[in-house]
Design a binder for this molecule. Structure first.
Ligand code: ZN
Length: 430
């Protein structure tokens, strides 16, 4: 049993539905076997547990671990390819690099870089676009299992429109996906995610094979891209003949409560209604949308249509692994639209934590720091003299402190990260 003492800030209640930020200044949480078993003011927790060891986190803030619902494993090294729209960026930067992961040795190096990037940014759970090569996904899963992070991932499949070495067939995609799921789904904190790259690169037969994997692997997730860029949307309409981009997945039975679709910058009202009816989640990736010029995310329309939203960093089109940065960019994106939502710090924290936990079906385990949840947590402790340290020391209340975190925070401010109560990263824990 360990007692963590500090200022805890989380969002157990959805701010989009009226929930408020919860905070506990000089509070304590008690963790046994990775589970939070008690929480309250320091004095009362200490008097109930006078003998237990204490980890002093009073400088800075303790937040729930971040949950990234859209990020690409093979794209670590192409972050920063600025200046192109989606389809050109894929051809110029992303797909040539993805092809290089045919080399399993390189895939192993990239997997380590990738997982380091996640944990260094305070991300404890992630839905990860794998690679087009089964051996590369296998290597990622092995490294992910070692890392302790909660990773859901799978083989990315495509059978048209990409460079030939990235293509598969419905039969091979099914066989390799089932083999990977058999090896890794449910092992430690890993889960399988069925992952056609996007409707543009997947025939109906491949979509059907994806649906078969989804049916045959209980608890698997489904993830892909939707409505990111107008040129892409136009090509999907032409190639699939579906009623909409969303329908290109939905008509194969791929959209449901375990589905996470990235972007949705340009949805129709009919698509939003389908996503809401299916209980699917949209991963909003604001730095990627800005970097590729994809557009501003219509968050108000999603919220008014009752479509669930979470955050993704979308590395490598996104500009880094930090969900703090994504939160700030989400805020900017709404400020820049006449009908944008005014996002509070509570909204930003919710999107970066609890909303992602819901998206990945992990809400009973993680997303906030309530009693009964697993202790997945981030200790944000900027160095003395850093503008964030100055800001935190002068914040009037936890909401203001959190606003400063989202405005000024970087991975350099993350001093420690726990998953299930296990320390997975620490710079200098007291
Ligand atoms: Zn993506």
């Amino acid at each position: 049993m360990t007692i963590y003492r500090g200022t805890f800030v989380d969002t157990p209640a959805d701010p989009f539905a009226g929930g408020e930020l919860r905070s506990e200044a000089d509070g304590a949480v008690v963790v046994t076997d990775g589970v939070i078993v008690a929480r309250g003011p320091w004095e009362s927790v200490r008097s109930a547990h006078p003998e237990e060891s204490v980890v002093d986190l009073r400088e800075g803030l303790v937040l729930p671990g971040f949950v990234d619902t859209h990020v690409h494993f093979p794209q670590v090294r192409v972050i920063g390819g600025l200046g192109l729209p989606l389809l050109d960026w894929l051809d110029r930067y992303a797909l040539p690099e993805e092809a290089r992961l045919a080399d399993t040795g390189k895939a192993d190096e990239v997997a380590r870089e990738f997982l380091t990037g996640l944990v260094a940014s305070g991300t404890t759970s992630a839905l990860v676009f794998g690679a087009h090569f089964a051996d590369a996904v296998d290597v990622l899963c092995r490294r992910a299992a070692d890392s302790g992070l909660r990773i859901s991932t799978g083989l990315v499949v495509s059978d048209r429109g990409l460079r030939p070495e990235l293509l598969t067939t419905p039969e091979r995609g099914y066989a390799e996906s089932m083999a990977l799921a058999g090896r890794w789904h449910g092992v430690g904190r890993l889960r399988y995610a069925v992952t056609p790259r996007f409707a543009l690169s997947a025939t109906g037969a491949l979509m059907d094979s994806c649906a078969q994997v989804l049916r045959e692997v209980p608890g698997a997730l489904f993830t892909s891209h939707v409505n990111e860029n107008p040129a892409e949307i136009e090509q999907v309409a032409r190639l699939t003949g579906a009623a909409s981009y969303t329908d290109a997945y939905d008509r194969h039975g791929l959209i449901g409560p375990a589905s996470v679709l990235a972007h949705n910058v340009h949805p129709t009202d009919a698509e939003l209604a389908v996503l809401a009816a299916r209980g699917a989640c949209v991963a909003h990736c604001p730095t990627s949308n800005a970097a590729l010029g994809s557009g501003l995310f219509p968050m108000r329309r999603h919220v008014e249509a009752d479509v669930r939203i979470s955050l993704g960093c979308d590395v490598g089109a996104g500009t880094g692994f930090s969900l703090v940065k994504e939160g700030l960019q989400a805020y900017f994106g709404q400020r820049l639209q006449p009908d944008g939502l005014l996002l509070t710090p509570a909204h930003l924290l919710y999107l970066a934590t609890s909303a992602g936990a819901h998206a990945l079906g992990l809400q009973a385990q993680v997303g906030d720091l309530s009693v009964g949840k697993r202790f997945d947590a981030v200790w944000l402790r900027p160095l003395p003299g850093d503008p964030l340290a100055v800001g935190l020391s002068h914040a009037a209340d936890p909401g203001e402190a959190l606003a400063k975190v989202f405005t000024l925070g970087t991975p350099a401010d993350i001093a420690a990260v726990w998953v299930d109560g296990d320390l997975v990263r620490s710079t200098d824990l007291p």
